[in-house]
Design a protein around this ligand. Structure first.
Ligand SMILES: C[S@@+](CC[C@H](N)C(=O)[O-])C[C@H]1O[C@@H](n2cnc3c(N)ncnc32)[C@H](O)[C@@H]1O
Length: 192
């Protein structure tokens, strides 16, 4: 678990470089707040608001709770909005993605999944069952297929700034089983 999170954090740091300092960030689906704690510590954000639909046991950072759906923030309220393994847990990931973009003045950073085959889909379902459903997180299997979220980002006025894919996140799983299914990507707002 912590090897996984540290690997994801390292990918985020590689993508953001030194641009994080001082940014006001939203951690969408913060869970127990591990990333909300680490982003400022690593200089990837100046401050972080953690948001979730439920409070995780043993939360390190107290999340702001909301019922799902539209985010309770003004347009462009944050400089950076990030979501680590959250969008595929949402009822409508593309609608949530549009909300993330609406609330960001500058950057959207995503760690999530992509697949292109039924085998890839099945592998993601299995990983979700083991890693998340057992921990009580609902798993609606809404994974991105064939990069279908990219046009959504483009339509929202965001351009890809950097992409790690395949992304090595699970240190203990063989590369061929998982890395192709993982990505960490940074988008930046282009234009008005
Ligand atoms: C796999 S966990 C990831 C938690 C955290 N981002 C991390 O990586 O440690 C998925 C999280 O998404 C949250 N979630 C699910 N649907 C959501 C929604 N519509 N809005 C915000 N958070 C949501 C869940 O409650 C859960 O905390």
């Amino acid at each position: 678990m912590f090897g996984y999170r540290h690997a994801v954090l390292d990918h985020c740091a590689a993508l953001l470089g030194d641009r994080g300092a001082g940014l006001r960030a939203l951690d969408f689906g913060a869970g127990d707040g591990w990333f909300a704690e680490k982003f400022p510590e690593r200089g990837l954000a100046g401050s972080v608001v953690a948001l979730d639909v439920r409070r995780a046991r043993g939360a390190r950072v107290e999340p702001m709770l909301y019922p799902g759906g539209d985010l309770p923030f003004e347009d462009r309220a944050f400089d950076l909005v990030y979501a680590v393994d959250v969008l595929h847990h949402c009822d409508d990931p593309e609608a949530s993605l549009r909300e993330l973009m609406r609330c960001s003045a500058r950057y959207v950073l995503l760690k999530d999944h992509v697949h292109a085959t039924r085998a890839g889909f099945a592998m993601l379902c299995m990983m979700d069952e083991v890693g998340n459903r057992l921990a009580g997180v609902p798993c609606p299997y809404r994974y991105q297929r064939d990069w279908s979220w990219r046009p959504v980002m483009a339509a929202g006025g965001f351009v890809e700034d950097g992409m790690v894919h395949p992304a090595r996140c699970h240190p203990l799983l063989p590369r061929f089983l998982s890395d192709e299914l993982q990505f960490v990507g940074l988008w930046r707002r282009e234009g008005p």
